[in-house]
Design a protein around this ligand. Sequence first.
Ligand code: ADP
Ligand code: MG
Length: 394
Amino acid sequence: MTAAISALERAAQAGFASRFDHGAMGLWSAPGRVNLIGEHTDYNDGFVLPLAIDRRTVVALATRNDRIIRVASSFASETVEVSLDELVPENLDGWSAYPLGVAWALGQFGADLSAVPGFEIYVDSNVPVGAGLSSSAALESAVAVALNDVWGLKLDRLTLARVGQLAENRVVGAPTGIMDQSASLLGRTDAVVFLDCRSLSAEVIPLGLNPAGLELLIIDTRVSHSHATGGYAARRASCEAGAHTMGVPALRDLSVDDLPRAQALLDDETFRRVRHIVTENQRVLDTVQTLRGSGCAAIGALLDASHRSMRDDFEISAPELDLAVVTARAAGAIGARMTGGGFGGAAIALTPTELVPAVQAAVLAAFATHGFATPDLFVVHAADGATHDADGEH
Ligand code: ADP
Ligand code: MG
C-alpha cells in the first residue's frame, strides 16, 4: 500500500462516490500487458514472456450488507445491478461480464457465493481498450484481487489468474490462454514473466532496460483486419493437426531437431505453422537465457527472427505491422516484432532511449506515405502486477 495515490485512483474514488453516494472501502489496481516474445505458443502448451506495463485499471470497491452487486465504469453510463443469487454465466453480457464473471469464477475456485456479501465497484483505467494491451485482463485481475481481499479468500495469484481466464472463457466467451492474467498479476517493475503454459509455473526475469539505455516503444497500428477471428481459429486448427500427425500431445513436445521429420510428414502450410511454434518456443528460451547472460541489449535478433517467423511461416502479420517493424529498425531500433494475436494490433520496437523521437517520427512519416491510418506510439515500462493501493477515503 502506498501513502500517496495517483490521479487515476483519485478519479476512481470520485467516480465511486458520485455513482453510489458514499465512499469506497478501498482501491485495487492491475496493469495491462505486452508480450515481449512467444506468440501463439500459449495454446500449444509452450512458453511466453510478457511484461506488465505502466497502464493500469483501478477498482474502487465497497461491500454491502445484502446480496446485491452493482458495477459501474468510467467507460459506461449505466450501472449494472445483479443479485449474487442470479450470478450465472448465461445472465451476464456486455462489459460487466468481465467483473461479474470474475465474481462467478471465484465461486468455481472455492469461494462460497452463498455466504459472501454483495458489493459495489467503480472502474477507471488508462489501459487502451482493444490495442492488444489486454485491458480485459487488467479489469479481471483488479477485480479478482479486490474480491479475494474483501471476501477473505486467500487464493494465490496463480489461482487468481485462472479465475480471470475462466471468466473470460466461460462468461465473456473469448477462448484466450492464461498469459494475460498471469502478466497482470505476477509482473514486476523492470522485469518479464517467464511462463510455462503447460505447468503454469512462472518466473520473474529482470529486464534491465534502463541500465542498458533502452526503451520499449509500442506502435499501435489501430487496425484490425477482418480475418482476425477466423485466422486465429484456423491457426489453432493447424497446430492441432500438426501435433496429431507428429504423434505428440502438443507442439510444445517438438524441438527444432524434429523439424526435418515434420517437413517430410506435413503439407507445406501445416509445416510452416508448426515451424513457427517450434522455433518461437526456442526463441523464448533463448531470450530468457540471453537476458540472464548478456542482457536485454542482446535480444534484438531474436525479436527480429520472431517477426519474420510470424510474417512468413505463421502468416499473421499485416502490411501495417510489417511497415512499423521495418521502419523502426531502419530508424535505429535494435529489434522489433509484431505482438499479440496478429492481423493488426501493435508492434514493439526495442529502441535506444535517445533514438525514440527519431523512430516515432520515421514510423509516422512512413504510415502517412503509405496512406495508412495514423498509428499511436508510446513508450511503456515494465511495472508491478496487481496491487491493493489504499484503504478507505484519502
Ligand atoms: P483488449 O485487447 O484491450 O483486452 P478485449 O476485447 O479483450 O481487448 O477487451 C476489451 C473489453 O474489456 C472492452 O470492450 C470492455 O468490455 C472491457 N473493458 C476493458 N476495460 C474496461 C473498463 N475500464 N471499463 C469497462 N469495461 C472495460
Ligand atoms: Mg483482451
